[in-house]
Every structure is written in structure tokens, then in C-alpha cells.
Design a binder for this molecule. Structure first.
Ligand code: G6P
Ligand code: ZN
Length: 551
């Protein structure tokens, strides 16, 4: 098919001088100005006359504001008639400004035309703008924009090809007259910069620069998507641990600014917390959900998933995923080192701990940013399957609980307690274990009336399946007849005195229904926590009424 090139006569318009960010017209008149016959065409032709696009690749994108689709078609017609070899266009003409910058660089394009008026309102009676970016992905420098302006003052004709409009909704490559058009999908986050905000908090630890590079420079999120990302020797006076207590800068900002997806990492970058508006993901659920969605994560798409694992106190949520998917799974003592042998032996791909550690066999340490990016992959994939409703973290949690049931989980930390008290607590439970004095006893929570019958007590011991080494006394586990579990452990990492950790877990089956599955963690565990404190006499031994940290 031949596409005739037509030359259309025109006359210069006044005021086509690009400003700081291209040619913009403001408020009531803006779109109407661009809609005048020949107005937009003149400006596009002037852009192309100022740069040398013959045989080159041109990117077209923008924020999708009113009058963009028409303008994209205009650019295609004029661009093709002027010899552009290839257009790379965002699906539906949409590419965020940083995404367009990234696309120009990635595809080594000659430049790009962006249809946007930034933060200004859009619509038939509002703002519109056309901006040109050069090959480094950045806005055209003044010598280029001046040249464009000069051209607009003397223009007498522009060239177009006569061709039917390109369907901007169809991803893929097509030919268009003498040119090629490639429609690319902008990422989920590009399409939702306003209604799906992301915030990463580096807590002034080591991940700040990595996160800025990945989230802002590579994924093209706005710079407001990262905070506390300058590493400081004193971590800005904060405690660089991503949990609900110490990462309060993240929690507050997420709640205040309606952030759909928030995350933080610790001082050395191996821990992570996932926290969206009104939605805290326990690390136990986090690793289970990553395992459940592994098929959408490129690394596992390629290499498959070998096995799953968790540390003993971590909830059993990931076990249920392994069972459903027919994968081998392991319960190891607390400590990332226990995962290494399994990974080296090719039997473990995804693992995590309740202590905010999540990772995979791509390395042999837990990896905070890895977990965060895994979650972003999952969110993009889940939303791609949900065209009519934007899915948030809470929707993913609800979905998971509906399929697998929910393991309500919480950890109470009693930090810097006297060692004598901590040892007395351990002895007390060991005594009950030896004498078998608690098994089959039933305990009633005075506040909820919930009844819990102890089905057994044991000291967790692990035999490494690969090197057969044995690790004993890795925590005391009290099990209950309804499947609930309470674990007592002394921390191996606290820096002063002893730290006692009490882990509580109560499983609710899918059939219990939405109200039971989607409750508040503290409420869901209230009765069990009361009973655990009573059985262990913890307050008496430790001389503490309340824990230091609850996660
Ligand atoms: C470190 C280890 C983890 C461990 C966590 C808590 O981050 O790498 O494997 O789960 O500390 O250990 P703790 O002994 O204090 O409970
Ligand atoms: Zn760490």
C-alpha cells in the first residue's frame, strides 16, 4: 500500500515559544489553542525541522491527558512524512515522563515527544503541552528549543502522510507508511503514579542509593517515592530496623499520604517490611505470598521453584503453599545460615523468617530490596488480572487467606531482661515438658472466653538434611489442639542482657469466612496471648508487664 505524502500550506502562529517544559498553554484556553487548525501540526513540524529525525527512532508518550490521542496521531503522520524510521509509543499514548526518559535511553532513540502539562489539570477546558526530549532522555536544551521557536515564526507548510490512524491500544509492532510503529506497555506503576503511590524508606541505612537507583532511575518512579535514603553513620539517630515500632517514619508517611505500597529495609539491607495504607504484611505471610506468586517473578519463571523453607518460629503459612503446589518444604532453626546448605544442594528456592528476613537462592543472605521488588512484581501481575478493580496489599492478603486460610501471627519481645529471669522462664517450661504436667490441660482466656487445650510441648531440634549436623534447644514449642502454637526463645542477637521472644500463631481455616479471616491481628490473638502468658508465668519471671516491641 502506498501512503502519499502531502504538503499542507500553513501560516505561523504567534507565541509557539517552548518554556521550561515545552510548549504549554494554560487553563481554559489551552486545549482549544492546540485544537486550532494547523496549530499543533505547525509546532510538530517545527520540532522536526529543528532536529534531524530522518531514519531515526522517536519515542511518543505523555500523561494521557485530554487531546493526547489525537496529537499522537498527528505526530505519527507528520513524523512519518518527515522520514522518522521508527516510533516507539506508549500504549494508549501513555508513558510517564521518567518512563519516557528511560525508554529513550534504553532504546537509544533519537528523542521523544511528550504530551503533558505535568501537575496541571487536564480536560477539554484545561491545560495541554508538547515537550521534546533529546537522546540523553532529558528535556531539550535551550539552543534546541530556541531553534524550534524560530521555525514556528517562519513556517509555511508541513508534511503529512495519508494513513488510517494507528490503534494505540494494541501492543506490538506494525508498519505505518514508510515507518515502523512499536506500541509498548508502560509498567503498572507508570500507569498509576497518582492512585498507586509507592514509598520506600531506607531508614538512613545502606539500601538508600540502591533503592533510588532501582525505584527512581530504573523504574521511573517520582523522587518522592523514596525517603531517608542518604546513608548516615548514626542512621539519623534512628533504629534502622524495619518493623512497626522502629520504622515509624514509614508507617506515618504511608498513612498520611495514602501510600498504596510502602516498604523499608534495615541498616545493612537484608531485612524488609511491606506496609501499605492500613495493611501490614507479616513477614510470615510475605514469604508465603511470594512463594504463591513465584510464577510471575522472572527469576522463578526461568529457573522454577525447587523448595520452600521457613525458620521454626515463623508461621506455617508458607507450608500450606508448599503442600498445595507439591513442593518440598523445610523448617529450620532461627538463623539464615540454616538455609544455605539446602540452597547449595538445589532443594530450596524461597525462604523467610518472621524476623523480617525474606530471600531466595539468588544469593546466600536475606535480601530486603529483593523482597520489595518481588512484591512489586506480584502487585503488577495481580492488577494485570484485575482490569476493573485496582488491587492493593489488603486485597492480596484477603485473596491469600481465602485460598489458604490465615495464620494469625505476632511476636512479643522482652528486651534487656535479667538473664536469671529469662533462664527461670526456660526452666519452668522445660519442667512442664519433663513432667508432662501441662499436656491435655485446658486454659480459658478471661477476656475472650476462648478455650485452648495443650496438645504437647517440645524443644525444637534440627537435623540438617544435607550435612546431618544437629542443632538442639532451638526454642520451646507449646502446641494446642486447635493447631495454635506458642514458641518461647531467647534471642541470639540482642546486644544487652537477655531478650525473650514469645511467638504466637493461631490458624483459621478458609471455611471460617471473611469476618474470621480478615480480622485484626491483636484481636485474633488476644485469647491465645493471655493463655500463653498465664501458662509460662512470663510476667512473674521477667518482671515485665508489657513487651518492648510487638511485631
Ligand atoms: C538475624 C538473623 C536472622 C534471625 C534474626 C533474629 O537477622 O540473620 O536469621 O532470624 O537475626 O534472631 P534472634 O536470635 O534475635 O531471634
Ligand atoms: Zn540486617
Amino acid at each position: 500500500m502506498s501512503f502519499p505524502v502531502k504538503e499542507i500550506q500553513t501560516k505561523p502562529f504567534e507565541g509557539q515559544k517552548p518554556g521550561t517544559s515545552g510548549l504549554r498553554k494554560r487553563q481554559e484556553v489551552a486545549v482549544k489553542v492546540f485544537q486550532q487548525e494547523h496549530y499543533t501540526e505547525n509546532f510538530i513540524q517545527s520540532i522536526l525541522d529543528s532536529v534531524d529525525v530522518k531514519g531515526a527512532t522517536l519515542v511518543i508518550g505523555g500523561d494521557g491527558r485530554y487531546f493526547s490521542p489525537e496529537t499522537v496521531q498527528t505526530i505519527l503522520k507528520i513524523g512519518s512524512a518527515n522520514g522518522v524510521a521508527k516510533f516507539i509509543v506508549g500504549k494508549d499514548g501513555i508513558l510517564s515522563t521518567p518512563a519516557a526518559s528511560n525508554v529513550i535511553r534504553k532504546y537509544k532513540a533519537y528523542g521523544g515527544i511528550l504530551l503533558t502539562a505535568s501537575h496541571n489539570p487536564g480536560g477539554p477546558d484545561n491545560d495541554f503541552g508538547i515537550k521534546y526530549n533529546v537522546s540523553n532522555g532529558g528535556p531539550a536544551p535551550e539552543n534546541v528549543t530556541n531553534k524550534m521557536y524560530e521555525k514556528t515564526k517562519t513556517i509555511s507548510s508541513y508534511k503529512i502522510i495519508e494513513a488510517p490512524p494507528v490503534d494505540l491500544s494494541q501492543i506490538g509492532e506494525a508498519s505505518y507508511g514508510p515507518s515502523k510503529v512499536s506500541i509498548i506497555d508502560s509498567s503498572f506503576l507508570d500507569q498509576h503514579t497518582e492512585d498507586y503511590k509507592v514509598l520506600f524508606d531506607g531508614l538512613h541505612g545502606v539500601t538508600g542509593p540502591y533503592a533510588s537507583t532501582i525505584l527512581v532511575d530504573t523504574l521511573g518512579l517520582p523522587p518522592s517515592s523514596v525517603q531517608n535514603c542518604v546513608p548516615l553513620p548514626d542512621f539519623g539517630g534512628g533504629h534502622p530496623d524495619p518493623n512497626l515500632t522502629y520504622a515509624h517514619t514509614l508507617v506515618e508517611a504511608v498513612e498520611k499520604n495514602n501510600i498504596a505500597f510502602g516498604a523499608a529495609s534495615d541498616g545493612d539491607g537484608d531485612r524488609n517490611m511491606i506496609y501499605g495504607k492500613g495493611a501490614f504484611v507479616t513477614p510470615s505471610d510475605s514469604v508465603a505470598i511470594i512463594a504463591d506468586w513465584a510464577h510471575v517473578i522472572p527469576y522463578f519463571k526461568k529457573g522454577g521453584v525447587k523448595g520452600l523453607a521457613r525458620s521454626m518460629p515463623t508461621s506455617k503459612a508458607i507450608d500450606l503453599v508448599a503442600e498445595k503446589k507439591g513442593l518440598e518444604y523445610f523448617e529450620v532453626p532461627t538463623g539464615w545460615k540454616f538455609f544455605g546448605n539446602l540452597m547449595d544442594a538445589g532443594r530450596l528456592s524461597i525462604c523467610g523468617e518472621e524476623s523480617f528476613g525474606t530471600g531466595s537462592d539468588h544469593i546466600r543472605e536475606k535480601d530486603g530490596l529483593w523482597a520489595i521488588i518481588a512484591w512489586l512484581n506480584i502487585i503488577a501481575a495481580a492488577n494485570a488480572q484485575s482490569p476493573n478493580k485496582l488491587l492493593g496489599i489488603n486485597d492480596l492478603l484477603t485473596r491469600h487467606y481465602t485460598i489458604y486460610g490465615r495464620s494469625y501471627f505476632s511476636r512479643y519481645d522482652y528486651e534487656e531482661v535479667p538473664s536469671e529471669g529469662a533462664n527461670a522462664l526456660v526452666d519452668h517450661i522445660n519442667d512442664a515438658l519433663k513432667k508432662n504436667s501441662l499436656t491435655n490441660t485446658t486454659h480459658t482466656s478471661s477476656s475472650t472466653g476462648g478455650k485452648f487445650t495443650i496438645s504437647g510441648i517440645y524443644n525444637f531440634e534440627y537435623k540438617d538434611p544435607i550435612d546431618h549436623s544437629v542443632s538442639s534447644n532451638q526454642g520451646q514449642v507449646i502446641t494446642f489442639s486447635d493447631g495454635s502454637r506458642v514458641v518461647f526463645r531467647l534471642s541470639g542477637t540482642g546486644s544487652q542482657g537477655a531478650t525473650v521472644r514469645m511467638y504466637v500463631e493461631r490458624y483459621v481455616e478458609p471455611k471460617a469466612g471473611p469476618a474470621e479471616l480478615n480480622g485484626n491481628t491483636a484481636e485474633g490473638l488476644k485469647g491465645l496471648i493471655e493463655v500463653a502468658l498465664e501458662i509460662s508465668k512470663l510476667k512473674q519471671f521477667l518482671g515485665r508487664d508489657e513487651p518492648t516491641v510487638i511485631t
